[in-house]
Design a protein around this ligand. Sequence first.
Ligand SMILES: C[S@@+](CC[C@H](N)C(=O)[O-])C[C@H]1O[C@@H](n2cnc3c(N)ncnc32)[C@H](O)[C@@H]1O
Length: 252
Amino acid sequence: MIKRIASYWDQRIHDQEMTSHPVGTLGFFDDLEDYRFDKLRYLPGLVDFESYRGQQLLEIGCGVGIDLLRFARGGARATGIDLAPRCIALAQQNFALHGLDESAAFAVGNGEHLPFADGSFDVVYAHGVLQYTADADRMIAECRRVLVPGGEAIFMVYNRVSWLNALSSVVGVGLEHADAPVLEKYSIPEFQQLLESFADVRVVPERFPVRSRLHRGWRGAAYNGLFVGTFNLIPRVLVRRFGWHLMAFCRK
Ligand SMILES: C[S@@+](CC[C@H](N)C(=O)[O-])C[C@H]1O[C@@H](n2cnc3c(N)ncnc32)[C@H](O)[C@@H]1O
């Protein structure tokens, strides 16, 4: 299964359709970063990328290194691993083009069998990865193992009980990477259970509708013109638990 997952992600670059720049150019990476932080505008409010200066930080499933670059810019001693060799090559290129190639280490590797000693990292980050791997329990155990006592783990998985999953079931809105070899969704209690080995766990549902650049035609018009505005009129406190992303902040 892991080979199938690696091969799937080696042939796809997350959000590649959002840029017209050639793969691996500065314009390509900057477009992907711009798109990501527009779609995930909640993320810098929850993860202070600037606050890990001097800390050993591991990102599992780093893709082309968009988030890792932010951690490195903030002074973290960054390490990125990903199953897909193409992702790692592009992440290295991304760092080189931004003049940060000295500030990170990269490896092709499996987050379920990390090639690091116990207690090697202050922080482990995996955003949008647990739901695509073969054995999420195993990845969690590995994240815990490589953390120092008291270290922080940050994860994001998809919320099964969410506005986007409902929209997908009712209206047939396509979910990204629905064809991936593994795509799990979790309810909040299921996610908490996955994380139960951590001493302290805080789950925050996020990712509410924002105008989509992805959906065009009548669907895009209905979504952007009607759904996004109407949904966002509902007080957030009433719909908070239905956010599409479940962020978890954990302490070992
Ligand atoms: C949806 S992409 C997310 C990439 C990046 N974290 C982001 O948010 O843009 C999922 C990534 O997880 C990686 N991945 C999946 N399972 C993995 C595993 N067991 N070990 C390491 N990387 C894995 C894939 O290769 C892919 O790059």
